[in-house]
Design a protein around this ligand. Sequence first.
Ligand code: SF4
Length: 222
Amino acid sequence: MLGIYAIQKFSSLDFPNRLSCILWFSGCNMRCPYCYNKDIVFGKKQIEEDEVIEFLKTRVGLLDGVVFTGGEATLYKDIVPFAKKIKNLGFEIKLDTNGINFEVIKELIDKKLVDYIALDFKAPKNKFYEITKNKNYEKFEKTLDLLINSNIKFEVRTTIHTDLLDEEDVNEIIKVLKYKKYKGIYYLQNFFDVETLDNLPPQKRKLDTSKLINFPIELRNF
Ligand code: SF4
């Protein structure tokens, strides 16, 4: 079973250097207060897998890739055979994930069914549960190690709302990335002031990036 909630038929922004479509998967194993996909997190399957495959057949040669996002696409073990069908049509796959479902992510990588991963580093260990309501920091860390030690293209990113994470917290994350020898760019995504899972109020201040440890960082929406 796959909980495909919605499909966005075209995007030039969500898969680096690729024209793609986006599949939104319902459900999530986290409850981040800043989540703006409430309907998807609490939603149910709306679209059949076959419908998506039929749509993709009409986009062969027009789109380069398919983005799996959500919610959390790796909640569904059937994502593996589904990804295979998509790869067989000639598309690349990008996965947006919070990294908790290590086994599913590993299977996708081992079977060469994913081409790019955007991994959310939600919070440093001491704040992980507070931010995500998920106790499995160790599983996230295992996924991070897996990606760092594999050849897969990936990025690490954190959403910033300064009521939740401050400069010290971000520096804790940077220390982990340095220690693990992460070589890519660390993306900091500024909170969008929209309706969220916890009806989070707007930030009172922006993150002071001058207080961050020296590291390759890119800011999004700041
Ligand atoms: S922001 Fe958090 S709760 Fe929302 S989909 Fe992502 S991991 Fe799940």
